[in-house]
Structure formats: C-alpha cells, structure tokens
Design a protein around this ligand. Structure first.
Ligand code: ADP
Ligand code: MG
Length: 684
C-alpha cells in the first residue's frame, strides 16, 4: 500500500473518543441525548428561522450529521405539522426511505405507519389521518402530483440527497419551483452531502422576478438561504494500491483480511457495485477455506435486501467481533453505519447509461468520480480517525478520475420522465425549467418512442384514453403499455403477473454455491416461449401450492419475492380496473401473451445473427450486438427473433428476460416504428 499525499482534512475531535458507539438505547432520555449530540442540533434554531423566513433553504452537511432524521422532527416540534399538514422528506432510494422512517419513529417513540410513515412504490405505510412526517421516494412524490398538482397537504417538502442528482430528484426540483409560485406558503428544504449549493441556489432564486411589482411584500423571502452544517468528521488516512488491480472483488477480499489481521478493532465498509459482486465477495470471505477468518461478521447491503438482513447491518457489533458490511454505493451518503473505521473502495459503482443513438440503456459498472471517492473515504471517520484503502492507484485518482459525476438526467432513457411531465400538463418539455438540461437527442428519442407506442399524438400531447391510462400505471411506460394492450388480447391477468415479476429484482433464490440446483429448478418451469412465460408458470405453481413457503424452498424460489409479486399484482389489478381494463385470463394461450409483450416492448426487438458465442443477436433498430444472458431460459436456445426487457453490460451486452416473437407482429403493433424491409432477412 502507498499512503496518499493529499492533506488530511482538519480534525475536529474536541468531543473526542468514541461517540455514539453505544448500542442504540431505546430509553427516551438516552435517545434524546443521542439526538442532541448530532452536529445539526447546534443549528436547530437557525434552521427553523431560515425555513420560517425563506421559501427555500439549502442545507449542506456531511453524511451522518443528522439532516434526514432530525430536520423533519425539528419541523414538527416547531408546529409545521399542525392543522392536518404533513412534512415530507424525499429520498432517491427506497431502502433509505424505509430506514429513515423507522429510525425517526423509534426516536419519537411512535409506531411506524402512524405519526411517522413512509411510501415507496407498491408499499404505503402511512395513515391519511395520523401521519405527520412522511418519508417517500422522489418518484412517489412525483406520482402524488398527478392527483394533487400543488401537493397541497404538505407544509414543508425536504428534498434530501439532492447531490445525487437522480432523474426523479431533478424533475421534482423543476416542478417544485413551479408549485412555489402558486403556493407561497410552501417551504422547501434542499439538503445534500456535498457543496454545489450555489448552482442550486441560483436555480431557486426567484427574487428578481418579483421585485418592483410586489415590492417588499409579506411572506417568505424568495432568495434561497444556504446553511452549512459543520461536520464532526475525523481524519481519514488514504492508502492506494501501488499497481492497478485486475480483479477488484478478490482485491477487496484480501484487503479485508489484511485489515482484520493487522489493524485494531473497528468495522469495515467495502464498496462494491451490485448484488452479484457482493454475493461473490461474501462467498469468498465466508466459504473459501483459504480466506475465511475467525471473528468476522460479513453482511451484505443493497436495496431489495430483506428486512431481517437490513436490521443486522444496523445492529451494534457484538463485543470482540468485527463487522464487515459489503455494500453498493447506497452506503456512500444515503445511510449511516455506526462503528465503521475502515473503508475499502473498489472505485466502481453501477450506473445507468443511455445511448440515444443505439437506444440502449445499460446498467454498467463504471468508475466513480472524485467526489464519490471522497464521500466513501469519509465514511471511515465517523467515530474515530479511520483508514480508507482505495483499490486504484493515486496516479489514477489524480489524473483520470473525473471531478464530479454526470447527473442521471444526462445519462438516462427519458421515456418515463417525458410521460410523467406530459401527464402533469407540462407540454413544452424542451422549454421546461430543468436544473440540468437533458440531451436533446434523448428527449427526441423519448418523444419518438412514446409516439410509436400510441401514448403521444401528433401534437405531442397524451392520447386519450391510452396515454392517460399508461400514465396512471406506476410502472415503466413500456410495461404499462403491455398491460394496456393485453386488454385487447384478453390476457390482462397474465400481463399483470408478468409486470409484477418484472418490477422486483429476482424471483429465484440464489443460494451461494448452489447454481446447479437453481438451474435444475428453473428447468422445471422453463417455457420454450421464454422468460415471461416461465414467470407465469412459477406464479401458477405458487398459487397452486397455496402460496407455500415450503414449495418455494423446494423449487429454489424466493418466497418473499413471490409474496411481494402477489401483493403488487393485487395493487395493479385495482389500478387496471380503475382505468377501465377488464381482468381476463387467456387460459393458456401464450401466443396472445407474447403479442401483448410485443405491443409494449417492440422497440427492444432483436434478430439472431449467428450461433457464435452462444448466439449473437443484433437489435433491429440500431444494429447493436447483444447476447442472451445465461440466466435466461432461452440461453443457448436462440430463437430467431426475440424481445428483451433490459440489458446488462459486463464483458458484453446481455439481454435479460427474453421472449421469442414472430417478426410479423412488430409491423402489426408498431407500423410507424418498423418498416417491412427492416425485418426481412438480410442476404448473406
Ligand atoms: P444525515 O442525513 O445527515 O446523513 P442521518 O439523519 O441519517 O444523517 O443520521 C444521523 C445519525 O442518526 C447517524 O449518525 C446515526 O447516529 C443515527 N442513525 C440514523 N439512522 C440510524 C439507524 N437506522 N440505526 C441507528 N442509528 C441511526
Ligand atoms: Mg441523510
């Protein structure tokens, strides 16, 4: 290892020692003391004053300083939730919504779902009468605007983690700025872990516009206030590898083991990129006899993690043990883990990238930015001076890592975003007041797809009823379109089941090291038509078993996922009925199911080009080389024509969730999108 040359940050350890390293006590006075020790507490009065006097307040403070859990409570204590009003706090990530809400409920000594609640897609843990503090994803708040465009029940909306610049956060900020003009009493708080407060402040500065006409009117000031919360971070010493590593998972594992052998007690936080990486690392740390160590408690952390596993991550480390949390970048700023002293940073995260030319959106493992690397390192300095091991060279950090990331708006497929704005009556999308403008190519591409789907008309307005119906369904518009089309094909029950399965991560139980058994189990349900039909078989089996956990266990199916599928199905059925879709089953006629899938996903059609490399396909539009993912039941089956649900990139671009189609359906469902000659086989 080579120590970094960057000057360590200033240390502020006047309070010294190991703070907060006590088990979280549930006695209210202990809890009260804990709350008062958080850095934001010193700013309580200032925050409340600024919120009172300014329409928008921007609060910057290090991760763990208490922004998310404390500020909503301060607002409530100061009366912002009186008279039936609600305080909202948004997060980009679902897991962060859940953990923040349960922590705040615990601190307030109330039952989660009553005074404090949360809403994420398909999970509403609030009470319309009782809930005063509500945590929700920014996406859910956007959806609420469809019923209540001015968000009138909220007195204060805190848009948290604004530095992440998620797609929904950016859309939300643009819309909130509009709402503010109509609702001067509404207060916004924009909070973030890093300082880019100035550009945010100028975005929200509407003071000029009002001057002269209204003069010094009553009410809050229109220029945003900025408050910076002094953190209490300790020194973090940075180490770099001397030579680039070829396998960051193995490098991370050996670094964890080296820390455990040589360094004093203190928990380790490892940043990898996704569930597959994390599972692989955990397997090495817990099962490989060469690298297994005594005294280590190895835990995963990613969104979609079952509740029990989440709780383990946040529970105090038993005496004499060392906790190793292996996480996605969710632990970068969204969640605070107590007791972390060592950070191992792979230098990568999973990021969404959309290419409007090829029309492919990828989830790619990509290098993080310097800003992210600093955030990650900072996680080691919460309780005492810490160490961060970067699995990349210092030369790389200094010369090659980009300073800041690119906002999601600028690297996403904008189809969902455009339909949402259209549904809210924003017709001039190009002229919308964005915090960061999306690329015109991506916008045009989105308009084109929505037009082909029959969701937008020639004037780029939502079609009636199809466009409005699709906008009502809280799913990716392509999935919503599939459900809508299934109405015509008489298979809405099947389409809804498929949509429910596609909206969770996986229905299979991936037992580490039991790949063979899993593959065999999959074969029992595998359908020649593809993965979507396979999902229908699994769901049918689940229902026939009486929703038995035993049955799931025997078939390597994740019981919790199936329960969730069942729950989401019920919600989607209610929505479908509300928007006039008749619930009907096609009783085993899989041709109509495949046609319905095609009607939603025609833009993802691919043709088999050659059998090399287990089957090389090309997308019909864009001619991109893609392959069927090994997890698909069509892997190595290679039908001539397929449609995929999503793409993941590793060494190649892999299609996940694939279904075989007949190419003539493409011109049936999307004549504007596909011309006949595109679909004729090319002469070789
Ligand atoms: P911020 O939003 O500024 O990053 P938070 O409000 O999330 O900070 O966290 C403040 C503090 O509250 C943390 O440092 C930690 O001590 C405590 N805390 C937050 N969530 C939990 C939790 N789920 N379990 C235990 N302690 C927590
Ligand atoms: Mg926070």
């Amino acid at each position: 290892w080579k120590p970094g040359t960057e000057k360590p940050r200033l240390v502020d350890d006047e309070e010294g020692g190991v703070l907060f390293y006590t088990a979280s006590s549930s006695s209210s006075s202990g809890m009260e003391k804990q709350r008062q020790r958080l850095p934001v507490f010193k700013y309580r009065t200032a925050i409340l004053y600024l919120v009172e006097t300014h329409a928008t307040t921007i609060i910057v403070g290090e991760t763990g300083s208490g922004k998310t859990t404390q500020i909503p409570q301060y607002l409530k204590e100061a009366g912002w939730a009186e008279g039936g009003r609600v305080i909202a706090c948004t997060q980009p990530r679902r897991l962060a919504v859940q953990t923040a809400a349960s922590r705040v409920a615990e601190e307030m000594g109330v039952k989660l779902s009553e005074e404090v609640g949360y809403t994420i897609r398909f999970e509403d843990i609030t009470n319309s009468e009782l809930t005063r503090i509500k945590f929700l994803t920014d996406g859910v708040l956007l959806r609420e605007m469809m019923d209540d465009p001015l968000l009138s029940k909220y007195s204060v909306i805190m848009v948290d983690e604004a530095h992440e610049r998620s797609l929904s956060t950016d859309i939300l900020l643009g819309l909130l700025k509009k709402i503010q003009r109509r609702r001067p009493e509404l207060r916004l708080i924009i909070s973030s872990a890093t300082i880019e407060a100035k550009s945010m402040a100028s975005f929200f500065d509407t003071s000029r516009r009002r001057l002269g006409r209204d003069g010094e009117e009553n009410g809050p000031r229109k220029n945003p206030a900025i408050l910076s919360v002094e953190g209490r971070g300790f020194n973090v010493q940075i180490f770099y590898v001397e030579e680039p590593v070829s396998d960051y998972i193995r490098a991370a594992v050996s670094t964890v083991n080296a820390i455990h052998d040589e360094e004093p007690m203190g928990d380790i936080l490892v940043f990898l990129t996704g569930q597959d990486d994390i599972d692989a690392a955990i397997q090495l740390l817990t099962e490989d006899p060469h690298s297994r160590k005594q005294g280590l408690i190895v835990l995963p952390l990613y969104s979609g993690l079952p509740r029990g596993d989440q709780d383990l991550v946040f529970s105090p480390t038993p005496r004499g043990k060392r906790k190793v949390v292996i996480s996605t970048n969710i632990a970068e700023t969204s969640l605070t883990l107590e007791g972390v002293v060592y950070v191992v940073d792979s230098g990568f995260s999973k990021q969404r990238f959309y290419n409007p030319i090829t029309d492919i959106e990828n989830l790619v493992v990509a290098p993080i930015s310097k800003a992210s690397a600093r955030q990650r390192a900072g996680r080691a300095g919460r309780v005492r001076p810490g160490k961060c091991y970067r699995l990349y060279t210092e030369e790389y950090f200094i010369n090659e890592m980009s300073a800041d990331g690119i906002s999601e708006m600028q690297r996403s497929n904008l189809v969902p975003c455009v339909i949402q704005l259209k549904a809210l009556g924003i017709d001039n999308i190009l002229g919308f007041d964005w915090p960061a403008s999306p690329s015109p190519e991506a916008l045009i591409r989105a308009l084109e797809v929505l037009y082909s789907l029959g969701i937008l008309d020639d004037d780029a307005k939502l079609t009636s009823p199809a466009g409005f119906q699709v906008a009502e369904i809280p799913l990716d518009p392509l999935v919503s379109k599939m459900i809508l089309a299934s109405n015509d094909y008489g298979c809405s029950e099947e389409a809804i089941t498929i949509a429910a399965v596609l909206s969770i991560q996986s229905i299979w139980f991936s037992d580490r090291g039991a790949q063979k058994e899993l593959d065999e189990a999959k074969l029992r349900f595998a359908a020649a038509e593809g993965d979507h039909v396979t999902f229908l078989n699994v769901y049918k089996g689940f229902i026939q078993s009486g929703k038995s956990s035993n049955w799931c266990h025997k078939n390597h199916i994740n019981y919790h996922s199936m329960r969730k599928v069942d729950e989401i199905r019920q919600q989607l059925r209610r929505i479908a009925q509300r928007i006039g879709i008749a619930l009907k089953s096609c009783e085993g006629d899989m041709q109509v199911v495949r046609k319905a899938v095609t009607a939603g996903f025609f833009a993802n059609a691919c043709r088999l080009e050659s059998f090399s490399h287990n089957g090389l396909y090309k997308t019909v539009r864009g001619s991109q080389e893609v392959y069927i993912h090994p997890s698909s039941v069509l892997f190595r089956v290679n039908p001539k024509w397929v449609i995929f649900h999503s793409i993941v990139s590793t060494d190649r671009q892999y299609m996940r969730n694939v279904i075989a189609i007949d190419p003539s359906w493409l011109t049936d469902v999307a004549p504007q999108f596909y011309q006949h000659q595109q679909l004729n086989p090319r002469p070789h």
